[in-house]
Design a protein around this ligand. Sequence first.
Ligand code: ATP
Ligand code: MG
Length: 390
Amino acid sequence: MQKNVLLIKYGEIFIRGKNKPKFYRKLADTILNRLGPNYIVIREQSRFVVEPVGDGGTGFGAALDRLKNTPGITSVCPAIKTDDLSIENLRGLALSHMVENYPAATFKVEARRSDKKYPMDSMQIAADVGGYIFNSGNDFSVDVIKPDIVLRIELRSCAYIYSKEIKGISGLPVGSSGKATLLLSGGIDSPVAGYLISKRGVSLEAVYFHSPPYTSLNSIIKVKDLCEKLSVYTGEIKLNVINFTEVMLYIKNNAPEDKMTIFLKRSMLKAAGALAEKNGSEALVVGDSVAQVASQTLKAIAVIDQAVVMPVLRPLCAFNKDDIINIAKEIGTFEISIRPFNDCCTVFVPKFPDTKPEPLAIQKINEGLNGLSLLIEKAIEAPEAYAFKF
Ligand code: ATP
Ligand code: MG
């Protein structure tokens, strides 16, 4: 009996010491969750095997895409699984795998057996099957130094034959490192920040501050589309849209112009922090990169972060814009982010922003902005909520 299966390899879980079982469970649950009820997940030494329920075994296309984009998975190998370990069966399966997948190629066979009682050792298996393929009358020639194809045969309690290893995005399974609230603007940076932090095993809830009529409905559509794209990697993600117009206008009318953005950012963090406490987050995530704009200088970051107790993670703090754009293109958020709709920060940009705000001065101005807290509280009372699931 043979089946088409997927071998799922993972990397960083290996270094998790006594916590390993928790990570394995999380990854297995994530895989099942992403694939739905037509598959089962079996844990073997140092990997998972995904099998279709019943005798099926084709139709891995969508499953493959989902798994290669799942944090925690380093690679996915489509393989043939057989419980007939006889060398005759292995030869036949290996040859049909080559013929079905490659019209012509240079190749080598690599074999591994964990069952040391098997009558042939790894070298003998590789040489035998390699010779069989070479002599089959097809256009396959052996190259042990730089082959086009490495055909792998692994003997455990059953045998696996495969030749493709599709790279995953690695990292840790989402949810294994807790939860954070992502401040998601329509820009290029924050979706990338969310993607990177979710690869560290953090599950996300997103918040977008909307300021009608200064920002249009199109910017909500944009942020929703970004969430949908992010969910390919993060799994389920909830988006909260918060109307921030009154907060913004209050700041515009009451704070010194050169410090408007600082107070806007502080207010966003405060609002997101309150939301985060309610939804069980342990941190906030923003798309800042040091010195990219006036509100992202070290001095500005210092006074902005003073608005909240919760840690504010900045996964992009040391990234250059080029590098951020490259990741945004890779993960498919770039095309959405460059749609030309304003976010609220581009509407209220001071001409000469203060890049070196002093904590004492900020504190003093903050004391004068005594209507702000109430407006923030009001804004987060009833966010519009949307859920996305890949
Ligand atoms: P981005 O490309 O992510 O918008 P940016 O370089 O344009 O970043 P800012 O507009 O200063 O920089 O925003 C810095 C960070 O603040 C964003 O990455 C995001 O995390 C958060 N942020 C800004 N505006 C909003 C908003 N309207 N809603 C939610 N978060 C926001
Ligand atoms: Mg922005």
